[in-house]
Design a protein around this ligand. Sequence first.
Ligand code: C2E
Ligand code: MG
Ligand code: MG
Length: 532
Amino acid sequence: MERKLTEKETVSRLDDALMRNYIYVSYQPQINYSTNRIVGAEALVRWKDPKFGPQYPVDFIPVLETKGLMYKIDLFVFEEVCAFQKRCRDEGIYAVPVSVNISRSDIAEDLSFVNSMEKIRKAYDIPVYYLRIEITEKFAVERKELILSALDRLHDLGYVVVMDDFGTGYSSLNILKDLKVDIMKFDMSFLSENTDVRSGKIINSVVQMAKWLNTPVIAEGVETVEQADFMQSMGCYYIQGQLYKEPVGSEEFFEMIKDVKSESLSFNYKSFGENKDNSFWNPHSVESLLFNRFIGPAGIFTYQKGEVNVLRVNQKYINELAMHMDEASILRMNPWNTIDNADREKYENVLKDIIKTYKEEECETWRNLDSDCCGRDRVCIRSSIQLISVMGDQYLFFSAIRNITAEKEAVGELNDNIKKFEMAGDQSNTFSWEYNILSKEMRPCSRCKRVLGLPSVIKDYPEPVIESGLFPAEIADMYRDWHKKLAEGADHLEAILPLTADKVLFHVRYTAEFDENGRPYKAYGSAVQVVD
Ligand code: C2E
Ligand code: MG
Ligand code: MG
């Protein structure tokens, strides 16, 4: 019959269970959600009693802690992990660090537990890098002095120390300040129980706090894609939980790391604290869903004291850059460094404008991007920027972006063509102009401006050029008449006309353009000198 062991049974069966491997270790991988690579694992104790079935850590750990016996399990787990790491090394596998939990009772009196750990580690000859120590936040609050000396000792020995269940132990900022842990683990159960705005905000401030403390965060107990997306969008990439893999036996874990590429965990996120737009921080809100899944390429950034910090970008943003980057590398970039110097000032001025007017504005900037697979590239980004909220001197902005590099290049090409066309005009003695039939405005080509001294726009055309004598008196009425005809729908007009006071003969032509209703609206004029 399966049942929970009584306290007495737990104590009396412990040694036997350890000896006969009724107690054993399972491994839960930790991955980088952006790259899908394994960055580590947590060793979790399992106890399967042959008579009473599986026993759960929540039940037997408190019992063994009160009896001062938990150290036996923890040293056992530690040794199993050392043996596992040794096996990896012997078989030439690129092993990942595995963290082991230590219980508050392990170091309740002194640090002899740490000495025992060290003896085991040395016996297996495992570098400290492959072993991490997890302590719970609650523990840290209860026994501050002791935990501080344990931390010092572990750090002296070179261990990476992980604070488990960060954010649930109500630790004061004062304790956090002194507790120099290297990694923080955040339990997602917090999120599933409280799926409101508050919890989203709290998670965000926890990640923010970790950022202040310059400490990476692992999100634990991640069960859904939404949770992982949400954590990722705040810059927390490391996850552990059923979404990727439940805790597995050592054999299965060995197979996993044998074939899967692994990477080391590093500090690489940026985050942001409170803001007024509540729903945005709720992972289950429509806003988060829209941001992550439905809207076009977009990002969220802060602007403070002349510095821009990118906090969140969605998948479409990443695709839009077309540099095959992952979100981590985008958030890691200092955005100012990617923008051309001149454009940086322009962009900053747009931000300052928006702060004054609260209006959405657009800005085009050239960026120099660098990615592992595509090398360096220059892209032109058009951003439509809106202010989301203001907190002190920190401004939170939303930016919808579009990669307009191809358009820009096309415009560049067009300008080149115009130049070529103008040069051809120069060489063939051609003058050309555009006449707006509706507004009676004439825009001359650059040769007209240069050679004939015409302004860029001539209103009430053709009167001013008749007055100037360019079109002499004898042809003035006829030329006026042409413009009437154009307004009435003539599509082509041409004649040989003596122009200027010198009566030089020019072949003058007009070709009209019509709108979709057949109404004339524009005409292109040209004058080519007649050469005998
Ligand atoms: P923990 O260190 O915070 O470990 C994470 C717990 O979350 C584990 O529970 C793990 O099985 C569970 N978990 C994994 N994925 C998911 C998920 O997707 N959703 C949810 N809701 N939970 C998930 P477990 O193994 O029952 O251990 C419970 C606690 O017992 C651990 O919490 C740790 O504090 C303690 N513990 C486990 N093994 C050891 C050990 O060897 N020594 C000590 N001292 N404590 C241990
Ligand atoms: Mg743990
Ligand atoms: Mg935990």
